[in-house]
Write a protein that binds this ligand. Structure first.
Ligand SMILES: N[C@@H](CCC(=O)N[C@@H](CS)C(=O)NCC(=O)O)C(=O)O
Length: 218
């Protein structure tokens, strides 16, 4: 059997896996989970697959992987013949990618949480979530501005890696949680660069480039 993804259409985390598989040209079977309103990811059948009760989950034969960033790393190692997306032969790039994969977790916990609050009525401290998201976006903006000075369009260099894929969805979806992009020009440019990648796919809330205002004239 091929790849299987436990999936939910509105999940930014599941979209990371869907997007990366599309960019790699991989086929997979989607197993749709009723995250909302059904809460199927917290029920016993799903908890046997992922005790953490989170989406997505990737199954490849005997392997079950439950963390989105781990899924991206696994897919890159197994299927990326170019060694572009996760160049583990380069210690500096590896360290930097792992740093941004951890940062992606902060985006999920802040911008992603604010989106759950605003879109699905999740009860949480929305002010803390938005404050944390803006702090993370300021860090991302500063890094991408520096990268721009070096002539680099992406987080690690001139080519996209799994770090970009991990950080993209909750940055792009931040306005769904009341976190606007107005103060982050370098981030807006980076979001467009990712949308330009061959094989890019959309999700609700992240449209294809031709639906957007193009900010750099391309
Ligand atoms: N650290 C996990 C977090 C993934 C995550 O938070 N997924 C969301 C869906 S986008 C989820 O399942 N949340 C459970 C919930 O809020 O009930 C990962 O990156 O895989």
């Amino acid at each position: 059997m091929g790849l299987q993804l436990y999936d939910y259409v509105l999940s930014g985390s599941a979209y990371k896996a869907r997007l990366f598989m599309a960019l790699l040209g991989l086929d997979y079977q989607s197993v749709s989970i009723d995250f909302h309103p059904g809460g199927e990811h917290k029920k016993s059948d799903f908890l046997q697959i992922n005790p953490a009760g989170t989406l997505p989950v990737l199954v490849d034969g005997d392997l079950t992987l439950c963390d989105t960033q781990a899924i991206l790393a696994y897919l890159a190692h197994k299927f990326d013949t170019t060694n572009q997306w996760y160049p583990t032969n380069d210690p500096v790039a590896t360290g930097r990618i792992l740093q941004w994969l951890a940062f992606a977790g902060r985006l999920t916990d802040t911008a992603g949480a604010a989106r759950l609050h605003d879109m699905l009525g999740r009860s949480l401290d929305i002010d803390a979530a938005r404050k944390g998201a803006h702090k993370a976006l300021r860090e991302l903006e500063a890094h991408l501005t520096e990268q721009g000075f070096r002539g680099h369009a992406f987080l690690i260099g001139s080519k996209p890696t799994i770090a970009d894929i991990a950080c993209f969805p909750y940055t792009a979806l931040a306005p769904d949680g009341g976190i606007e992009h107005d103060d982050y020009p370098a981030i807006r440019k980076w979001l467009i660069a990712i949308r330009r990648l061959p094989g890019f796919i959309e999700m609700p809330g992240i449209h294809r480039l031709h639906d957007m205002r193009d900010e750099d004239g391309g």
